[in-house]
Design a protein around this ligand. Sequence first.
Ligand SMILES: [Zn+2]
Length: 128
Amino acid sequence: MHEYSLAQALLAGLQDHLRRNPVPGRVVKVHVRKGELLSLSEWALREAWRLLTEGTELAGSELVLENVPVRVRCPACGYAGEARRLTEEGWHIAVPILSCPRCGSPVEVLEGRDLAIVGLTVGEAPGT
Ligand SMILES: [Zn+2]
């Protein structure tokens, strides 16, 4: 399952970070940026997180997902910014297009493809 391996990678990264930078309490929220191009089920990701963190120091923590719009760069004309969107009538969502809004060349994706932990909310230590 796609979401399961993403959650595993997040957890491994976070545990490694916490070993080197311990926090004075329990992690209650994990803030994650989710790229617009990354298709995943938020429900499945949260569920995988709940299962994977069971019995770890992160048990009971909640994933807070923030959606990040796609940012692209055009090697032909140097444009950098948000991707052009397909917003024709009849489309319910605005689909990003991977061609340059300025010159139409294929663009490189700078941001919007992955998951990244951007912050933690730390609660009081248990028993206090
Ligand atoms: Zn261009």
